[in-house]
Design a protein around this ligand. Structure first.
Ligand SMILES: Nc1nc2c(c(=O)[nH]1)N[C@H]1C(S)=C(S)[C@@H](COP(=O)(O)O)O[C@H]1N2
Ligand SMILES: [Mo]
Length: 303
């Protein structure tokens, strides 16, 4: 899985998207489901009850229309600059309120876990959206291994800081390194994923290789890319977009059509590939799974 991070993959080794899609459709079908149990490795990953069956955004759009300001602020910049980033070797520093802090090699973290398929909606705060077939491991499974203590109420994440390979970091665009955080119950929720791949291949650099967070009920900026540190904290951690514009970007950032961004409406979104806009759903359509996490909270205040 995690061998050839930096080297470009030969086109002969890449599963064409159409075959990949057919395979998934086949496996998700009745006979396929039975057969899948007998297939090895990633082919056998079960269709998750958390996955949407909505039409998936094309691989081209997912990998060429990106937000990754470390690699440039234009939507096409991350793909253009992706080759500069070295993602092997890669380790994650784990610190704070847990029994097993330390520096973990990425393979050490991921290898023992089963890689799951999750097809999630991604809703950017800029009012566009995609449907992305991720592969990864539920974040909670990894976090448990560090044995967080009762003082761990939040988890804070940081992206790689390496201006030599990330041209955006040579400019004062955002407070670097990019920082994000979740409340512990959000982090442990089964929907919250650490993604290591998409469309059945290794995560492209522009999508946050070698490992990034995916929190599908929150605006895309919570889904921090290219993670190098995880810290368990007692208090709410500072987050990059909240530092940049506290009135515009909250800590919670749950997708909410009832709370507009100060400069634009959040009631609708454009699904990349579509012509017409569609209504934005509370919690990006995951209300049934996650709304209870926020029971009793004023979502106008905790935006
Ligand atoms: N480190 C880092 N992570 C980041 C960003 C970023 O600029 N830097 N952009 C965020 C935003 S605004 C969005 S919408 C998603 C986009 O993910 P994608 O390019 O894989 O679709 O990544 C998020 N994660
Ligand atoms: Mo975004």
């Amino acid at each position: 899985m995690l061998i050839k991070k930096n080297v470009s993959i030969k086109s002969s080794e890449i599963t064409p998207e159409s075959i990949y899609l057919d395979r998934r459709r086949f496996i998700q079908g009745g006979v396929g489901a039975a057969l899948a149990a007998t297939l090895p490795g990633s082919l056998a990953t079960a269709a998750s009850r958390y996955s949407t069956t909505e039409e998936q955004t094309s691989l081209k759009d997912i990998t060429r229309y990106n937000n990754f300001y470390e690699l440039g602020t234009g939507k096409g910049d991350p793909a253009l600059n992706a080759g500069r980033l070295h993602t092997s070797p890669w380790s994650i520093a784990v610190s704070g309120a847990c029994e097993h802090p330390g520096n973990y090699d990425l393979d050490e973290l991921i290898k023992p876990e089963a890689i799951e398929d999750r097809v999630y909606r991604l809703r950017c705060v800029e009012a566009w959206s995609m449907v992305i077939p991720w592969q990864g491991v539920p974040l909670g499974k990894i976090l448990k291994r560090f044995a967080p203590t009762s003082k761990a109420r939040y988890v804070a994440f940081r992206t790689l800081l390496r201006p030599a390979e990330m041209p955006g970091q040579r400019r004062d665009i955002l407070p670097w390194p990019y920082r994000e955080g979740l409340r512990m119950d959000e982090a442990m929720h089964p929907l919250t994923l650490l993604a290591t791949g998409l469309y059945g291949k290794e995560l492209p650099n522009q999508n946050g290789a070698p490992i990034r967070l995916v929190v599908p009920w929150k605006y895309g900026f919570k889904s921090i890319k290219s993670i190098v540190s995880i810290e368990f904290t007692e208090t709410e951690p500072a987050t990059t977009w909240n530092l940049k514009g506290p009135d515009e970007y909250g800590f919670y950032a749950n997708v909410n059509p009832a709370v507009d961004h100060p400069r634009w409406s959040q009631k609708k979104e454009r699904r990349i590939g579509d012509i017409f806009k569609r209504p934005t759903l509370p919690f990006n359509g995951y209300a049934e799974e996650v709304a209870s996490l926020y029971a009793g909270m004023d979502l106008q205040k905790y935006y």
